[in-house]
Each structure stands twice: as C-alpha cells, then as structure tokens.
Ligand binder design. Structure first.
Ligand code: C2E
Ligand code: MG
Ligand code: MG
Length: 620
C-alpha cells in the first residue's frame, strides 16, 4: 500500500462517518472546511510518506483538535507505540469485540494489554517497520466466547519515534466472505460439498496420490427410482429424502474402521453431485477389500426404510466405482468411468455396486464368497494342520517340523493356503486363524510328547498382520501355558516383509517372544530386499533359504553361488540354515557339501497329516 492509498483510506473512513450526520449547521461547516484544507494540503504537497505521516502522527494524535475529531470518527483502534511496544497514545474505536487486559493503556507495554500470540505479531512488525521504514500489513484473530474476531492491522513508522498501528475489526467482512465461499462450494439442501468442490478435492487427492503411490476410489451413486417418489409425493418429500440419504452416506463412510481404511489420516469426501447423484472420494485406501466393505455398507444403509411424513418409503442406490490409477489418471476421466460403472450397476438390477474394471467385479465376488466361507471355516472344523518334517543333512534324522494349514471346504474341496491366507490377511481373519494354529500346533506337540515321542521342534508360520498386534506376546504366552507346550519346542517363522514393515515395533515384540524361550526363524529368505547384515539386528535363530534358490541350484551357477554365500554368512551370524523345497538328491548333495544344516522338502516328505507325521517320529 502506498502512502496515498493510506491517505485515501483514512479519507474514505472520515467521509463515510460524516455522511451519516447532519452537517448543515455552521460548526460542522467550519469543521468540514478544515478537513478539506487538510486533504488539499496533502494532495498538493508531494512530500514523502514519512513526512506526511509525521504530520499525521504527531499533529493528528496529539495536537490538532480537528484531526482528533476526524480520528474519533474512524472506527479503527489507533495506537502510537514506541519501538519497545509501549503505548504513547491511543484511541479505541468501535469494534464488535476488542479485548484488552487493562483499561489504562498509556505507558503500558503491548504484552500487558494484549494476548501473547497477538503481541508477537506486533513486535515482529514494529521491528520490520522501523528497520525498513515502510508500512506493514498483518492480520490477527481473537477467540472469545466461542466466537472468532478478525482484525487487520496497518502499521507505519512515525518520524520522531515509534510507529502508528491502525487496527480494524474485519470480522463481519470475513464472515461474509466465508459464507459466500461456503455457498459457492456447497449444496444448499444437504450442506454437502457440491460437484465443484468435489472435483477440486479429487484433483488435489490425485496429485497427492501421485506422489505417495496411493490408491484412490471414486464412487458414483445414483438413487434408484428417485424420480418416482419426487413425482408422486412432491418435491418437499423428495428434498427430505435427499437429506436423509446424505446423512446415511456420511454414516456409512464414517463407520469406516481402521481395517477398512488406513489409519494414517485417510479421509473421505462425500458430495451431492447434482439431482439425486452423489459422489464419494475415498482417499488413501489400503486395498480393494476395504472399498468393497464400504460399498456394501452404503448399499445396506441406503436401503433401510425411511419415513417421509407418515409414509414409509424404500429407496436403494446403484454405485459405480473407479479406481485411481487403474481406471484413469485425470479427475474427469475417473469420474466418467465411475459414472459408466454406475449404469452397469443399474443394468445389473440396481441396489448394488460395480467396479469399472470387469476383472475387479469378478475377483471381488470371488473374494467375498471366499471370505464368507472362511468365517465359518473355524467353527465348522474345516481347518487342519499338516506337518512337514525337517531333516538334518548330517544325520538324516527328523529334527523338527513345520505346521502348514489346510482348508477342506465342503463344496470347493481343498483350498490352498496360498489362496486363502492372503484373503485372511486382508480381512483381518488371520488373527483368529493364527490363534487357532498356535493352539492346534501346541496341543498336538504336547500330545506327542506325552505319548513318548521325541519332539525337537514345531515351527508355526506367523503373518505380518499378527506381528503388528500388540497382544501377540501375551497370546503366545497364554497358549504355551494353557497347552503345556515347552516354549523351547516352539519356533515361529516370520518373513522379511513382516519385519521391515515397522522394524522397531517388530524388534521390541520379538525380544519379548524370545525371552520366553521360543525360537525364531526367518522364512523365504532371499525373496525380500533386505540384506542379511540389516536383518541381523533381529534375534533370529534360523534362516530358511527360499525354494526359488534351491530349485536350480544344480544348473544355475549364480543361484549356487548365492546359496553358498547365504549359508556362510548365516553361520557367521550364528544362525542355522534350513533349505526349503529340496526335491532331488543332487540338491541335497550340494547342500551337504556346503554345510547346510537342515533340509525340508518333497525329497524326504510332503506335508503330512498328524497321524502320518507321527510314524516318522522316534519313540523314547
Ligand atoms: P512357507 O512357510 O514357505 O511353507 C512352505 C511351502 O512350501 C508349503 O506350501 C509347502 O507345502 C511347500 N513345500 C514344501 N516342500 C516343498 C518342495 O519340495 N517343493 C515344493 N514345490 N514345495 C514345497 P503350503 O503348505 O502350500 O503353504 C504355502 C504358504 O502358506 C507357506 O509358505 C506360508 O507362507 C503360508 N502358510 C501356511 N500355513 C500357514 C499358517 O498357519 N499361517 C500363516 N500365516 N501362513 C501359513
Ligand atoms: Mg514357513
Ligand atoms: Mg517358506
């Protein structure tokens, strides 16, 4: 702002307030004349800002009677402060609220009369204004009685000393601006964001997701047969229905638990896109499964009967879902695809959701069916454990076994753990299944021990999700205690991914488990990305070389060299080595020649039911 700007600003204020009073009387005429003289003087006189301000500060605040009157008419607060923020003179204006800690201000410091956050801003500005000899402009707010008050400050230097601060209450203007902004970006009826704001947010989310490699889901909803209700029951009933529906959507998305959406600040945005169309943006989604859960919940929530007046009404919705980045990289493109998926959902008989990509519809149906079945698998006794022996390379004796889960589905038949374990991990069912596996393996182990069999060790697989659970050490302790399984006979197999997901937490948890006497084994080694030296910080007893490296050990020199190196390094770190997936004699020979401790694989035995495993155990 230039000096002339400032001057006209003052003039504007004066004019505004003078226009509201009758100035035909002679004292007023005189007064006006003197003001006009001052105006003219200012206009003609091309003095610098400093000079003119000197004039205003000194003369206006202190000496000049007329200008004091002018100032009195200005609604702003006016402070003449010295460089330390001490009040030299002041005038309080008309503010809706302006909080001062003291009524007597002369010679008080700002910090004695204003709140500390506000004082900071003043002090910084005083310094700048005096150093740069220029006008500074800043804003501050005061919170009082659950209301917020906005102020604008213009601060300018005074030649003799100090600064003048003009403080204006701009609360009304700010609130009006906010109101206008809100109306421009929200739907009047439901107060939800409108399509404009939705597109803005979508674009923003896309640019965030681009950087973070995240998954976004866009849902396009259309109410089924809304027009019928609107036409038969009238528009106000239609409005009411839209309002209720918007509440139901908010609820359905808000119910989102940490399983469905990443806890790390995931957010969602619901908009009324127009008419009976709504759009939902799910930000930072963990997986497709989470999207399916939310879509199901929405379909369910919306289809609950509602009362419009005294009439019960049933409505449903069809949802189209598009995923970023799979189904498009631009906001418009994704929206268009979600829209066309919505028509697909309508064509499928309404009251359902459809993904834009057909492949996803298929896999989502399969996944859901599998998940529903898996829920019942435990109670219906469809799960069981097989045991695969682990054999010493040197002695040829069974030195341990790995418990591997099996699911015998009544209709589907055998379902491989490679298929259902990932589903269990996604849905969280792995927690229950994992608990069952612990208990089953320990119970079996104790049965063998009590029957006089020599049992070295049973290994149980642990998934990443289980390691994330704070209750894991307690669960293991409880299982050991209740089944009577000796801790040192239990080994837990972890994968590298589980460890590096949250290394510090994993380490703390593993230390607790180790302290009980349970041993730890690193499964599928070589498939991850971390180096052995990184992994050595974890208290691992055994390393299992993944079968991918063992497979071609006799033909692939690189694999052979790698396996040799892994064995040597592991031994250097005091770990034992188990080779997984040993199928042929040559592999065993190679491993024997390179000091591998133990093998596990079809060469010796496939995973076996408990009864058959028993036959391989020696009796005391
Ligand atoms: P894993 O822990 O690496 O288990 C070894 C897998 O290799 C087993 O597959 C086993 O049957 C198979 N295998 C053993 N010897 C040979 C061989 O000589 N050749 C070949 N080609 N394969 C061999 P399975 O039983 O299908 O289990 C697959 C994966 O499922 C396991 O890999 C493990 O990650 C997971 N899993 C199995 N049971 C559980 C469980 O109780 N909990 C958890 N969280 N995961 C489990
Ligand atoms: Mg394993
Ligand atoms: Mg393995």
């Amino acid at each position: 702002m230039t000096d002339t700007d400032l001057f006209y600003l003052l003039k504007q204020q004066v004019d505004k307030h003078l226009s509201s009073i009758d100035i035909s009387g002679s004292p007023w005429k005189e007064f006006l004349a003197s003001i006009n003289a001052t105006y003219q003087k200012f206009d003609i006189d091309q003095r610098t800002l400093e000079d003119s301000l000197t004039l205003s500060a000194e003369e206006l605040v202190q000496a000049n009677d007329e200008m004091n009157a002018v100032f009195a008419a200005i609604p702003d607060q006016l402070f003449h402060l010295d460089s330390d923020g001490r009040v030299i003179s002041y005038k309080l204006g008309q503010s809706s609220y302006f909080y001062l800690k003291s009524e007597r201000l002369i010679n008080k410091y700002l910090k004695d009369v204003l709140d500390i956050e506000v004082v900071d801003k003043f002090e910084v500005s005083i310094k700048q204004v005096l150093e740069q000899r220029s006008i500074k402009h800043f804003e501050f707010v005061i919170y009082h009685d659950r209301k917020i008050y906005y102020y604008e400050v213009r601060m300018m230097p005074v030649k003799s000393h100090g600064v003048i601060a003009l403080i204006r209450d701009v609360t009304e203007r700010k609130l009006a601006e906010e109101q206008i902004a809100f109306l421009a970006y929200h739907d009047n009826l439901t107060a939800l964001p409108n399509n404009r704001l939705f597109k803005d947010r979508l674009e923003h989310a896309i640019s965030q997701a681009e950087r973070g490699n995240k998954l976004l889901a866009i849902m396009f909803l259309d109410l089924d047969r809304f027009k019928l209700i609107n036409d038969t029951m009238g528009h106000s009933a239609g409005d009411e229905l839209l309002k209720i529906t918007s509440q139901r959507l908010i609820e359905a998305v808000r119910k989102t638990d940490s399983v469905a959406i990443n806890a790390s600040g995931a957010s969602s945005s619901i908009a009324r896109f127009g008419g009976d169309e709504f759009t939902i943006l799910l930000d930072d989604v963990e997986n497709i499964q989470a999207i399916i859960h939310i879509a199901e919940r929405i379909v369910e929530n919306v289809s609950q009967p509602m009362m419009l007046g005294r009439q019960e009404v049933h409505i449903s919705t069809s949802i189209g879902i598009a995923i970023y980045p799979e189904d498009g990289k631009q906001a418009d493109e994704i929206l268009k695809h979600a829209d066309s998926a919505m028509y697909h959902a309508k064509a499928q008989g309404r009251n359902n959701f459809q993904f834009f990509a057909d492949s996803m519809n298929k896999s989502s149906v399969e996944l859901l069916a599998l998940e529903n079945n898996l829920h019942k698998a435990i109670e219906h006794n469809e799960l069981c454990l097989y045991y695969q022996p682990q054999v010493s390379v040197v002695t040829g004796q069974v030195v341990g076994m790995e418990a591997l889960i099996r699911w015998q589905h009544p209709e589907r038949g055998f379902v491989s753990p490679g298929v259902f374990i990932p589903v269990a991990e996604e849905t969280g069912l792995i927690m229950q299944i994992g608990e069952w596996v612990f208990r089953e393996a320990c119970t079996q182990g104790v049965n063998w021990i009590n029957a006089g069999y020599i049992l070295e060790k049973i290994s149980v697989n642990l998934s990443a999700r289980q390691l994330k659970d704070e209750g894991l050490p307690a669960l293991i302790a409880k299982t050991l205690e209740e089944t009577g399984m000796p801790a040192e006979k239990l080994c837990i197999e972890l994968t590298e991914t589980a460890l590096i997901l949250d290394p510090d937490v994993a380490l703390a948890r593993l230390k607790k488990i180790k302290a009980m006497g349970v041993t730890l084994s690193l499964d599928d080694f070589g498939t991850g990305y971390s180096s052995l030296s990184y992994l050595k910080r974890f208290p691992i007893d055994t390393l299992k070389i993944d079968q991918a490296f063992i497979r071609d050990i006799k033909v692939d020199h690189e694999d052979a060299a790698l396996v040799k190196a892994i064995i040597a390094m592991a031994h250097g770190l005091d770990m034992e080595v188990i080779a997984e997936g040993v199928e042929i004699q040559e592999q065993l020979e190679f491993l024997g020649a390179n000091a591998c401790d133990t093998i596990q694989g079809y060469l010796f035995s496939r995973p076996l039911p408990a009864k058959e495993m028993e036959a391989l155990l020696l009796k005391r």
